[in-house]
Write a protein that binds this ligand. Structure first.
Ligand code: ADP
Ligand code: MG
Length: 451
């Protein structure tokens, strides 16, 4: 057996016992570099994974290795960074202040300079088994921005603390060293900034400004799916920052490999650093979060109610928060809260409310997603580029709004209901069978329901 085959067999067994996210985080870019004197040397991409393999997985790895080759006695782990090759060309520029103008937000409280909201800190961020990997990776970035894990890629479902965590990193870095230039931007905002800059022929200037940053934080990067122009420009900015050891922090609702319609080269950049996921918090952590949030709000909630909440609101920290808010409001007018009152108050959080959307939101989300916002063309044009988005629109109108086939047909320039049925069945089938299509539709749905 070659070293490579041996390591592949180890990985195959490890994979059976841990979550895909953990596997991707800890075992990506690892290999056996040498076997000498019965000592196996495993090379790992950074010191963070070294530490984790040593502390959490060492025993298991050794056990598997021994089962495959009795002569093996021990393992050492060495850090061998994965090289990203970059073309070497970059110039310095001034004009840092303009950055603030271009990426500026007007929202209250949010820092003009960084776009960071000071309410997101590590002090009020609760750590549990569900987010400890992401937290540890974030702390490592705080200690040495640009050195350890670049990019830092945090992913997890909505409402689990991605924005809080990436902003806390930004706030902490700024607190430790106010001279650091840190910028937070939501991907959707970045897309529109880039599109506008291209239109106004100021893209070079924008890129220059972005390259001046020490830390760039881009939230919800999954939204660049299908945005070719943005991806192109971002790729160059990414390289330039990376090359100068500037820290790049990204958040997403999914692993980079599962973001549809991004270029391979960008995907490989996202995969080149540290990827950490945030899962659903366990019961103990949910209880801790509820306690902390009620302390913040100065509202005393009896423990039976806290337990009821922790038991019933499981998937989303934002919902835990809004549950506490409801209690706080109720407390203002009522002295005591009984469990029965709490149950009533929390009814529509606990039985998650039916999602509501409408025709306009669906069509808008689809035309935005596919960049086909050319008025009536979308509904009637025979051009191929419109056919696909239209089929997806038909499918979603049926699925989400339960519109009738003939009604949908009428919306699309009087198409026959059999055409609509065909489109719906086609997309349904692809949704079932094709992972990429499924992800694409999920992204569109996310847009629809965030409108
Ligand atoms: P996401 O960006 O993943 O959708 P957010 O970061 O917006 O989630 O988190 C939703 C809410 O829950 C925010 O108000 C945030 O402050 C709070 N929150 C998330 N994670 C934690 C945590 N670990 N400890 C305390 N509060 C948290
Ligand atoms: Mg967020």
């Amino acid at each position: 057996m070659t070293n490579e085959e041996l390591w592949q067999s180890v990985l195959a067994q490890i994979q059976l016992n841990i979550s895909p996210a953990n596997f991707a985080t800890w075992f990506a870019n690892t290999k056996i570099s040498t076997i000498d004197d019965n000592l196996v040397t495993v090379s790992v991409p950074n010191s963070f994974s070294k530490e984790w393999l040593e502390q959490k997985y060492h025993k298991e790895i050794l056990k598997i290795l021994k089962s495959l080759d009795e002569s093996i006695k021990d393992i050492t782990y060495v850090v061998t960074p994965v090289n990203i090759k970059l073309s070497a060309s970059d110039k310095k520029s001034a004009k840092k202040e303009e950055m603030v103008e271009q990426l500026g937000f007007s929202e209250l409280e949010v820092s003009k300079e960084t776009n960071l909201n000071p309410k997101y800190t590590f002090e009020n961020f609760i750590i549990g088994p569900f987010n400890e990997i992401a937290y540890a990776a974030a702390m490592a970035v705080v200690e040495e921005p640009g050195k350890n894990y670049n990019p830092l890629f945090i992913y997890g479902d909505v409402g689990l603390g991605k924005t809080h965590l990436v902003q806390a990193v930004g706030n902490k870095i700024k607190e430790l060293d106010p001279s650091k230039k840190v910028k937070y931007v939501a991907a959707e905002k970045l897309i529109s900034i880039i599109v506008n800059a291209i239109r106004n022929q100021s893209i070079e200037e924008l890129k220059k400004n972005l390259r001046e940053l020490d830390v760039i934080i881009i939230d919800d990067i999954q939204f660049i799916a299908g945005k070719d122009k943005t991806q192109e420009e971002f790729f160059h900015t990414f390289n330039s920052l990376y090359q100068k050891n500037k820290q790049i922090i990204l958040s997403s609702d999914r692993h980079p490999n599962n973001i549809p319609a991004i270029t391979e080269r960008l995907k490989s950049r996202f995969n080149g650093g540290m990827i950490a996921d945030i899962n659903i918090p366990d019961y103990e952590t949910r209880l801790a979060i509820l306690k902390q949030k009620s302390e913040e709000k100065n509202v005393v909630i009896p423990s039976d109610i806290l337990e009821y909440m922790a038991n019933n609101i499981q998937k989303n920290i934002r919902e835990l928060e809004s549950a506490v808010n409801r209690m706080a409001i109720y407390k203002k007018t009522n002295k005591v809260i009984e469990l029965e009152d709490a149950k009533k108050l929390l009814k529509n959080i606990i039985v998650s409310p039916a999602k509501i959307t409408n025709y306009k939101k669906i069509v808008e989300s689809i035309t935005e997603f596919y960049d086909t916002s050319s008025g009536n063309m979308f509904f009637t044009s025979r051009k191929k580029e419109f056919a696909r988005p239209r089929q997806i629109a038909m499918y979603l109108l049926k699925k989400e709004l339960k519109m009738s086939y003939s009604e949908i047909g009428r919306k699309f320039g009087g198409k026959d209901h059999t055409t609509v049925i065909h489109a719906c069945q086609l997309i349904e089938k692809e949704y079932e069978e094709n992972e990429k299509v499924r992800q694409e539709i999920e992204l569109i749905l996310q847009r629809i329901y965030s409108k």
